[in-house]
Design a protein. Structure first.
Ligand SMILES: NC(=O)c1ccc[n+]([C@@H]2O[C@H](COP(=O)([O-])OP(=O)(O)OC[C@H]3O[C@@H](n4cnc5c(N)ncnc54)[C@H](O)[C@@H]3O)[C@@H](O)[C@H]2O)c1
Length: 356
């Protein structure tokens, strides 16, 4: 790691931005040199809490870029306000981390990936769910191949979340703002990309969301596996955790994940269970946003790809917009297009803790 800290401007410091403020404040490898938010008071509170000078607040990224010497930007605004700061920061020569989802439309996402390509800067999307102990372990179990090929997966996500902000108004809030985590996990855990999807979306009568917040989708994966995703953000009283409940059917058994527990039902011959194994959860070297930041800094220092750079992430976010299109039209929709398929997926990128 470089001894000189990487200088960061954070855009969007309220809400989930507070998590990033903590992560950056606690890292010796980075230094906060600018806070940008449309809400001045939110930024002032952040300065007071973290002991930063109020002089590092800027009402716009343009002003921050003019006044603060920075190496990187972290963007934690609502999804519709990702494209502008991400592209502006890349064009100013900064490397960028943004929160998921990359943007609210595939057109915006592709423009952002093109900006990274054009400028040669690094753009990483924070898919922190990959770097939680249980999902990390689940990926290692499935990708080790010891249970053979994956044939079918069922993933159920049921939570009742009373949001009052952009999610309440946006179209398909579950799929666009939340399921991006699950779709990215599907690629991460299975080690294969989605090819096509059929889906239906609806809004239950009691939902407080303006648009459909429930969904059922069926993905066809490049490996031939099928993944059924069922989700709702207005579930009544019966909830799973944020990872959802997973049932992964493999050649030699089934892997279950539920509420932090991973269980393998071994069925090496025909269909009968011969033994049941409780898998010990082994965490990654760092968790969540801390891993994302370390992966970004390491990739930046070594010229490697980060695990969730935009060229990889476009293949996760393309699943989101293909699902939206399938819900709108009722048709089977291909995931991505000729342009996104040119961008090399990160499936081949070895995670640094595995190689090192
Ligand atoms: N990875 C996770 O687990 C996770 C969890 C929650 C939210 N998120 C993501 O974080 C992002 C922000 O979500 P949130 O819940 O914090 O939203 P929020 O609305 O609560 O907060 C957004 C902040 O950005 C500021 N802001 C809004 N528009 C801006 C603009 N154009 N320029 C500068 N500042 C602006 C707001 O004033 C506010 O401080 C979203 O992309 C969301 O999906 C990720």
């Amino acid at each position: 790691m470089n001894t000189k800290p990487v200088r960061i401007i954070q855009v969007g410091v309220g809400g989930f931005g507070a998590v990033w403020l903590d992560v950056i404040r606690q890292s010796a490898d980075v230094e906060m040199v600018g806070l940008v938010d449309i809400n001045r008071e939110t930024a002032m509170q952040a300065c007071r809490k973290h002991g930063w000078s109020e002089a590092i607040f800027f009402p716009t990224l343009v002003e921050a870029l003019r006044s603060a010497r920075a190496d990187a930007a972290v963007v934690v605004t609502p999804p519709a306000a990702h494209r502008e700061p991400v592209v502006a920061a890349l064009e100013a020569g900064l490397d960028v981390i943004s929160e998921k989802p990359m943007a609210e439309t595939l057109t915006d996402c592709k423009a952002m990936v093109r900006a990274a390509q054009r400028t040669g800067r690094m753009y990483v999307v924070s898919q922190n769910y990959r770097y939680q102990p249980a999902m990390w372990t689940l990926a290692n179990v499935v990708r080790s191949g010891r249970l053979g090929r994956v044939g079918e997966v069922k993933l159920d996500f049921y939570l009742g979340m009373w949001f009052e902000g952009f999610r309440q108004q946006m179209e398909y809030p579950l799929v666009v703002d939340m399921a991006i985590h699950h779709f990215d996990l599907i690629r991460f855990i299975l080690g294969t990309d989605a090819v096509a999807v059929t889906a239906a979306g609806w809004n239950p009568p009691w939902s407080h969301y303006r648009h459909d917040c429930s969904c059922a989708a069926l993905f066809e994966m490049a490996s031939g596996a099928r993944v059924i995703y069922n989700g709702s953000w207005c579930a009544k009283g019966q909830f799973c955790d944020w990872n959802g409940n997973w049932q992964i059917g493999c050649e030699r058994g089934t892997v279950l994940y539920q509420n932090g527990v991973i269980t393998i039902h071994h069925a090496p011959e025909r269909y009968e269970v011969t033994s049941t194994e409780n898998v010990i959860v082994r965490p990654p070297p760092l968790e969540g946003q801390r891993y994302v930041l370390a992966d970004f800094l390491r990739a930046r220092a070594n010229g490697h790809r980060a695990g969730t750079d935009c060229f990889d992430n476009i293949h996760s976010v393309a699943m989101v917009f293909a699902t939206v299109e399938a819900m709108r039209t009722g048709r089977r929709v291909e995931v991505g297009d000729a342009e996104t398929r040119q961008w090399s997926t990160g499936q081949e990128v070895r995670r640094w803790n595995e190689s090192g």
